[in-house]
Design a protein around this ligand. Structure first.
Ligand code: AMP
Length: 428
């Protein structure tokens, strides 16, 4: 039986806003979490971006704040949402604006990398919802520009990234400023021990909602890997991008330096690309993101942290120029494509030093990536009975897995064991 937004107990102004967004059916996390959050329960949400988690926490928050019919006192926020990156904070604020379009609630965003005065000013009157990154928020709290002692709702989004980025301490300090009596929500795609401990300390008898076990999202994405040496990656990327079927592409690198280099080289080759990473100013990052969103630029080169939570619809391809050393990051990365149920395409470049990373990724997602680039096309056409490459298959033994060399074509019998799937072809 399908759940509808009307079944979840949401009020009319929210339903109207959802209709304007063309949301017809709640996602699983929305269907599970919204009724419980409306009751004021704490929540532990195990969910990654792309599951609809932002609406899952924003909608009940808006409704509860509206029901209280009270005004925020100067310098206070009635609800606080903490996000690890500036981009994510801005996106959450965008969602609040959209879902709260027919409600009279005020929100603002506080983030690092921009002047603090406008933020102090925005907080002077008090807001209903404050979206913030931890560092700047803590600064402003310490300077007594913001008072959190009356904040009754707290959301910690992407707690695992907070941990990766070294924000957990700041988060704990911020939480210490809030009253004990409050509603608390924690979202995380993965649950490392430090996040589990934080959840234990922060939440009271939370309901636990776990959606989209990583493999389910991953299965919707056609994934392939090119084995190449490090030096060959740039020309491989350039030649792939010459194909206009790659309409909106995020290219991931491990380092900021490499992100810059890749974007520069692409631009030199006549393929204009922007890079976003933590060393860029907020306005440069936002500008690059806006160009990418609007379609003015086709290619965005990003590091994991900068790309975290980027909510851009219609990304046709994710290219892992360098594989991440944490397998979870691979899942986050390829989740940029295949948003809200659509299919997507992910292509990885793997040089010999990255073989161990590939192995841990395949172990985590329980899918063996199809090898692209080799064997040659003629061999493929013989294998019309081959299973689609994105189908989950059990891990092979190490020795078999290691046989996937780019030159595997020397042994025709082995070559035929692996179907080649055109990496440009979109998943059904
Ligand atoms: P999130 O996981 O919150 O980052 O949301 C992922 C994407 O799904 C965003 O682009 C949302 O606008 C979209 N979305 C969220 N809820 C729904 C829904 N119920 N129906 C369709 N799209 C949705």
């Amino acid at each position: 039986m399908t759940t509808h937004f009307t079944d979840l107990g949401l009020i009319e102004p929210l339903l109207r806003a959802l209709a304007a967004e063309n949301y017809t059916t709640p996602t699983p996390i929305q269907a599970q979490a919204i009724p419980l959050l409306l009751q004021g329960r704490d929540l532990l949400g195990i969910a990654q971006t792309g599951t609809g988690k932002t609406a899952a926490f924003t909608l009940p928050m808006l409704q509860r704040l509206a029901a209280e019919k009270i005004q925020a006192a100067p310098k206070t926020a009635r609800a606080l949402i903490l996000a690890p990156t500036r981009e994510l904070a801005v996106q959450i604020a965008d969602s609040i604006r959209a879902y709260g379009a027919h409600m009279n609630l005020r929100h603002t965003v506080i983030l690092g990398g921009v002047g603090q005065n406008p933020q102090v000013k925005a907080m002077a009157r008090g807001v209903d919802i404050l979206v913030a990154t931890p560092g700047r928020l803590l600064d402003l709290v310490n300077q007594k520009h913001i008072n959190l002692t009356g904040t009754g709702i707290l959301v910690l989004d992407e707690a695992d990234r907070m941990l990766d980025m070294g924000f957990i301490r700041d988060v704990r300090r911020i939480v210490a400023h809030l009253p004990r009596k409050r509603q608390s929500l924690l979202f995380s795609a993965t649950m490392p021990a430090d996040v589990a401990k934080l959840a234990q300390d922060m939440l009271i008898e939370p309901v636990r909602v776990e959606v989209t076990p990583q493999a389910t999202t991953v299965e919707k994405i056609a994934q392939s890997v090119y084995f190449t040496d490090s030096a060959g990656k740039q020309s491989l990327l350039t030649s792939l991008l010459r194909d206009e079927a790659l309409t909106k592409v995020i290219v991931f690198t491990r380092t900021k330096h490499r992100a810059n280099r890749v974007a520069e080289q692409l631009t030199k080759s006549g393929l204009p690309a922007d890079a976003i990473h933590g060393n860029k100013s907020q306005s440069a990052r936002q500008g690059a993101l806006d160009r990418f969103k609007s379609g003015a630029s086709r290619v965005l080169v990003a590091t994991d942290i900068a790309a975290r939570g980027i909510d851009v619809d219609g990304i046709s391809h994710v290219i892992n120029f360098e594989l991440p050393n944490e397998p979870e990051s691979y899942v986050h990365r390829i989740g940029r494509t295949a948003r809200a149920g659509a299919g997507g395409i992910a292509i990885a470049f793997c040089d010999p030093t990255e073989r161990p990373y590939l192995k841990s990724i395949e172990k985590l997602i329980r899918v063996q990536l199809a090898v692209a680039g080799s064997p040659p096309r003629e061999v493929v056409t013989e294998r019309s009975d081959a299973p689609p490459a994105r189908e989950a298959r059990p891990q092979r033994s190490d020795s078999t897995a290691d046989s996937r060399q780019p030159d595997a074509g020397r042994n025709p019998s082995r070559r035929r064991r692996r179907p080649r799937r055109n990496p440009m072809q979109k998943a059904a």
